[in-house]
Design a protein around this ligand. Sequence first.
Ligand SMILES: Cc1c2[nH]c(c1CCC(=O)O)Cc1[nH]c(c(CCC(=O)O)c1C)Cc1[nH]c(c(CCC(=O)O)c1C)Cc1[nH]c(c(C)c1CCC(=O)O)C2
Length: 344
Amino acid sequence: MSTVAHKPLLATVMGERQERPPIWIMRQAGRYLPEYRELRAKTNGFLELCYTPELAAEVTLQPLRRFPLDAAILFSDILVIPDALGQSVRFEAGEGPVLEPVTAETIGQLQPERALEHLAPVFETLRRVRAGLAPDKTLIGFCGSPWTVATYMIGGRGSPDQAAARLFALRHPEAFAALMDVLVQTSIDYLVAQFAAGADVVQLFESWALNLDDEAFVSQVIDPNRRIVEGVRARVPNAPIIGFPRGAAGNIAAYVAATGVNAVGLDYATPLAFAAKHVPAGFPVQGNLDPLRLVAGGAQMEDRAHQIIAAFADRPHIFNLGHGIVPETPIAHVERLVELVRNG
Ligand SMILES: Cc1c2[nH]c(c1CCC(=O)O)Cc1[nH]c(c(CCC(=O)O)c1C)Cc1[nH]c(c(CCC(=O)O)c1C)Cc1[nH]c(c(C)c1CCC(=O)O)C2
């Protein structure tokens, strides 16, 4: 009889409090690591790296060779979905992603029927990572949530206030609904295939959950995320799902109550006392150290990390940053943080 290895991070997502919080770091594979920069310099572009399973699997595992993290996260990007739908997506050095914006007229030209085949290398990456990962480590897959992906598809790039997409949703409600339908359905298929390829947990990155009034928050964030959770669970019963609605602020309780996610990621601007009060007792949380405290290190990092651990000591808690690690982060600070979370 084979025994299934205990995965502390997966167990925490499923509602089991651990002796010490398991830890992973958003964007843990990336430019703060010299071995990532070295490998990246040998590729022709960021998307090529995402679509080359041998290299993407290697990059996924790099942070786990350095730090005793509890999870690996698939190395890919949320913008492989628009790319798979046939939209032009480029990553310009120093500029971030640049897309050819969709319009009310061109949304009908997206090609959801070709998306999964285009994403086949991602599933191969997951199978390779699974094979190279210790049995007690959790493998996290992910996708961008529909609203966040739509902000890039409509605006053509990142923006401080997502004005282009917010206005589009108000002026072209039917075209916007059609776009969200395509994104919801493609994301369900994509996540189901990630589970089939070995993911233990998936995270929905709703990085632009801010700047929405509460009506738009329901229609643009809560409803699409709930549809994804329901659609995935219809095909993968009890699928473990973390939602990360960055900037949800006062909408956090509604997000938790209505989407059906198992655990909620908190951004670093969410007050600890607010989260403790408004996320129901016993509900798993993830977060939420300011990434700049990890850059600064020392007492600024350590004291706050202890506060976060204490604030969530009475519930299942996954330690993480409140947003992605930044390239300037010293590796020694990451070592110290992981050590502190594991051993105090
Ligand atoms: C909004 C968003 C994107 N991508 C992602 C989000 C949601 C999370 C968040 O809010 O940070 C998610 C993402 N992007 C990447 C991962 C890999 C897994 C991980 O280690 O967490 C994940 C989970 C790799 C990446 N995605 C990107 C890089 C850097 C590209 C490079 O190596 O040149 C990496 C390692 C590029 C990217 N991709 C995106 C932007 C805005 C940029 C440019 C900004 C930047 O460079 O940091 C879109």
